[in-house]
Design a protein. Structure first.
Length: 585
């Protein structure tokens, strides 16, 4: 193999037994150390249990001959489709440039097909559907059946990042069919990706960042050392460079390196390679990362910008426990969701467009935006999807009042209910410390759901935007997430000058009203005032109003209705404040 090879990583994903491995075998010419079901249980059970790697090469297309490479190589990442092995798929997702979604034409979309599509949307920039096993259809009915299956697939993909994706009928066995068309699509997609200015800029930026290498296989080689096979996610590495294995807190020197059994002296972003290091027990590391020393932190909690998976059927509540996949690791974490305060927002169509734009940026592996710790965020009982977050009447009215009565909060859905559409985040408190890049892709799942069921188990996905080394109360205080609170009372007795009143109903007699001294309140007529302090021992209190109350004075007392004398106290209780009794407005 020539030294100068342009490598493109292609994820081959699909439901169990849809024929992925046979399809990869029909396309491949070079096999790596872990290709095509070498795992003993894979051969015994007839399904893929681990990531398999193989490749095929073509001459550089005319459109890419200006690049400094001799040939174009496609590394095929055969991902297992069995439900219990979806974690392995997620681990492989971070190295994928484009994707082949394999669908059994006799079965159509299945549960893990949807999960693979979710992973593909996050990881891959482009996708083709391989409609496999067309040889099993009766020849006379084949064109009609393929046309029907293609229509259903395109309808499913219409609301995804891959709307309009190509669908190619194929058969891997006994006589390969459609393979050359599939390979031609991959070549055309590679040309298009390298012509994409945004993709080129993202690739150049990633190549300039510190070295990061995703390890998917580790084994000893007698007389040489320990071999780490994987894919360069960013940066580059040369023979004799020092790399860190952050999960083990060890640094090692790279003794030699290969790309598909050919020795090389350096590797760069996107390359599939094997690094040889010495004095490392291979049993300590199966999968993980190698990186430039000091660039991959360990943390106990993190904040991520997230979206709900559209195929996930149930609610995604705060305080729930989720299986969080970060790279090749899967750990349990407690999730607390939050978003921007209710405010004029975008429509549902805008929300879909913004979500797809965010997916495109993620698959380009651009650096994530840093989290704004100085802002205040609204606590959410759950993570919302494209339906938006319901806006309560109290928060809507308070928003309007704060804005001087102008504008409406959010947008109305078809039912007329006001909805807020905007970015959402999650605080993840891990059961055990996690070692990962600070802008890693994360996927939250409920793998405890019956794996044999037909439901998608991937609940949400996103990017880390900030981390907390310890995740203790002291560090969490910097995260300003609040719950809006509202109490309703009554203006009981108005002073003759109409600027103050004795009020009731907001507090119990045992409440320490000093906590609320100075807090702002508003009447049903929009008259503002401040709480001065306790009045008597029954829970009543005094309020000083900014201006004389309407309808008070000689001959005017009867003009105030019961609704006018309603008194509202709205405030914020910050979730992570050390003092649980403190309030802010």
């Amino acid at each position: 193999m020539p030294e100068k090879t342009l490598n493109v990583n292609v994820g081959v994903l699909g439901h169990v037994d849809c024929g992925k491995t046979s399809l990869v075998a029909a396309m491949s010419s070079v096999l790596s150390t872990a290709a095509l079901d070498k795992h003993p249980q894979s051969k015994e059970r007839g399904i893929t249990l681990d990531l398999g790697f193989s490749s095929f090469s073509v001459p550089m297309p005319e459109q890419l001959q200006h690049l400094p490479y001799d040939e174009l190589q496609f590394t095929l990442v055969d991902c297992p489709g069995h439900a219990s092995l979806i974690r392995t798929i997620i681990g492989g997702a971070q190295i994928i440039d484009m994707m082949v979604l394999v669908i059994d034409v006799t079965k159509g979309f299945q549960a893990q097909t949807a999960e693979c599509l979710v992973v593909g949307e996050i990881a891959a920039r482009s996708m083709v559907v391989a409609l496999n096993k067309t040889d099993l259809l009766p020849e006379a009915l084949r064109p009609k059946a393929v046309k029907k299956a293609t229509k259903l697939i395109r309808e499913t993909l219409a609301a995804t990042k891959f709307a309009g994706a190509a669908v190619i009928p194929v058969a891997a066995k006994p006589t390969p069919s459609g393979i050359s068309e599939l390979q031609a699509w991959l070549v055309a997609a590679a040309v298009q990706q390298h012509a994409d200015t945004a993709a080129a800029q993202a690739a150049a930026a990633a190549a300039a960042r510190p070295f990061l290498f995703s390890i998917d296989h580790c084994f000893p080689l007698k007389g040489q050392g320990t071999i780490l096979t994987g894919t360069v996610l960013q940066g580059g590495c040369q023979v004799n460079d020092t790399v860190e294995l952050p999960a083990l807190k060890l640094t090692k020197q790279v003794k030699s390196m290969q790309m598909f059994k050919q020795p090389v002296t350096s590797v760069t972003r996107g390359d599939r390679a094997a690094l040889c290091v010495t004095q490392l027990n291979a049993k300590l590391l199966e999968r993980g990362l190698a990186a430039a020393p000091g660039t991959v932190p360990t943390f106990a909690a993190a904040v991520a910008a997230v979206d709900k998976v559209r195929f996930y059927g149930g609610p995604v509540p705060s305080k729930g426990k989720y299986h969080m996949s970060i790279g090749h690791a899967t750990v349990m974490a407690e999730a607390t969701f939050f978003g921007l305060p209710d405010a004029p927002g975008s429509s549902q169509a805008d929300a879909l467009r913004l979500m797809i734009d965010a997916l495109s940026k993620t698959s380009l592996h651009t650096q994530a935006d840093a989290f704004a710790w100085s802002k205040q965020y609204l606590y959410q009982e759950e993570l919302y999807g494209l339906e938006g977050r319901p806006i309560t009447s109290s928060s809507s009215s308070s928003t309007v009042a704060a804005a001087g009565g102008a504008g409406a909060a959010g947008a109305a859905c078809s039912s007329g209910q006001q909805q807020h559409f905007g970015p959402q985040w999650v605080l993840l408190k891990f059961d055990q410390p996690v070692t990962a890049p600070e802008d890693s892709v994360v996927i939250g799942a409920r793998f405890d759901v019956d794996a044999a069921g037909e439901a998608c188990r991937l609940a949400f996905y996103g990017r880390l935007t900030g981390s907390l080394a310890e995740g203790g109360p002291q560090q969490l205080r910097k995260l300003q997430v609040y719950k809006p609170k509202e109490r309703q009372g009554l203006v009981s007795r108005i002073a003759p000058d109409a600027t103050s009143a004795v009020c009731s109903g907001l507090f119990k007699k045992e409440t320490d009203i000093s906590i609320f001294q100075g807090a702002r309140v508003v009447t049903g007529r929009g008259e503002w005032g401040s709480i001065e302090g306790r009045f008597g021992t029954s829970g009543k209190f005094k309020v000083q109003f900014d201006a004389p109350l309407w309808g008070v004075g000689e001959g005017q007392q009867q003009q105030r209705s019961a609704a006018d004398n309603v008194l509202l106290l709205r405030y914020k209780r910050f979730v992570f404040d050390a003092d649980k009794h403190s309030i802010r407005q």
